[in-house]
Ligand binder design. Structure first.
Ligand SMILES: [Zn+2]
Ligand SMILES: [Zn+2]
Length: 346
């Protein structure tokens, strides 16, 4: 962890003296009447390489208790207007696309995959190629922002495509996938390559304000569901919003007003100037352990209750929480930044 962070920090961040005052959390403004909506922002249909029609895919998510879904086919815009009969006050289709391109690294046997989801698009966004990996990622992020849509950078470890230093340099991005349900995307890294949580802490510790999203990237709704197939129901988000509409949901995501999950449900996340508290929704007789994590990925505290709570000591730059349940699934509470967080370049 330290090695990665030092590498990023030495290369790009501007050293600024820490504020003298004890750290205080940036307290989010929670809109009146806000609730938590379960959704998935990354799924495929027969409009690209999925095995099931858009209508049946949307029905799967609606039937399984999701409040919203993004159909994100490769370079195809699936207009929710064509599925209007499925949409009601409890189920929303957010228009989307997986903007999909690649970059041929000099000397590499395989091209890097550059896949960036576009949330709340109104028409197809054509992927853009560039002469560098960073330029390829940046130009697609920028093309998505130019459409007033929200980008998230997908599965950086798929084909070991996007290294942490490149992720650090991208601008105008607030979201990247820390968990993707597809079986070949290497979420936890290995060998000489870091996992997505380690990368996340490296980026945060170097001053990049970025949130971690969990998605299905489902392709397979037919036949047996097993760990070798890209089935639905594995990665999702709980988004805090007053209303279930596309603009509100994607803005909340872009602002970090959500948690990511591979199976743990949270009832609430409560932030004050000095505390971060999580309310866990217990499932059957499952047990839970929460780690509060800060600068350089250090575990600041561990709490085994259903209402884990962290009180600032005064030197933290950010604090995030990871709730792990006894079945192995997790929920990732987004980082809460403090007055001691120094954004890169500032
Ligand atoms: Zn992809
Ligand atoms: Zn995908």
């Amino acid at each position: 962890m330290n090695r990665l962070r030092l590498l990023l920090f030495a290369a790009f961040a501007t050293a600024t003296p820490l504020a003298a005052q004890p750290a205080r959390f940036e307290v989010p403004v929670v809109p009146a009447g806000a609730r938590w909506f379960k959704g998935n922002t990354h799924t495929h249909t027969t409009n690209s390489d999925g095995d099931t029609s858009p209508e049946q895919v949307a029905q799967w998510y609606k039937r399984n208790g999701y409040a919203f879904l993004v159909l994100s086919d490769h370079n195809v815009f699936t207009d929710p207007k064509t599925l209007a009969s499925l949409v009601d006050s409890s189920f929303l289709l957010v228009p989307g696309e997986e903007v999909t391109t690649s970059f041929q690294k000099p000397g590499a046997t395989r091209a890097a995959a550059v896949h960036v989801n576009a949330l709340a698009v109104t028409r197809v966004i054509q992927p853009i190629k560039d002469s560098t990996l960073l330029g390829t990622v940046q130009k697609n992020v920028d093309a998505i922002r130019a459409e007033q849509a929200v980008p998230h950078i997908n599965h950086p470890n798929f084909l070991w495509s996007i290294d942490p230093a490149t992720l650090f340099r991208v601008k105008n991005d607030r979201l990247f996938e820390i968990f993707n349900g597809h079986p070949t995307v290497h979420n936890v890294g290995g060998g000489d390559w870091p996992g997505m949580e380690e990368v996340w802490d490296g980026l945060l510790s170097s001053g990049k304000r970025i949130f971690g999203i969990a998605v299905d990237d489902a392709h397979h709704f037919q036949g047996e569901f097993n760990v070798t197939r890209a089935n639905p129901g594995r990665g999702w988000v709980g988004v805090r919003s007053a209303t279930l509409d596309s603009r509100a949901i994607v803005t909340a995501l872009d602002n970090g007003q959500f948690y990511a999950s591979s199976g743990v449900t949270l009832a609430d996340v409560i932030v004050t100037a000095t505390t971060l508290e999580v309310r866990i929704a217990q499932k059957a007789d499952f047990k839970y352990t929460t780690q509060f994590i800060g600068q350089d990925g250090r575990v600041l505290a561990t709490d085994k209750s259903l209402t884990p709570r962290y009180t600032l000591k005064g030197t933290e730059t950010y604090v995030r929480a990871k709730v792990t349940e006894s079945g192995g699934a997790a929920a990732w509470v987004q980082p809460v930044f403090t007055t001691r967080f120094v954004p890169r370049g500032s």
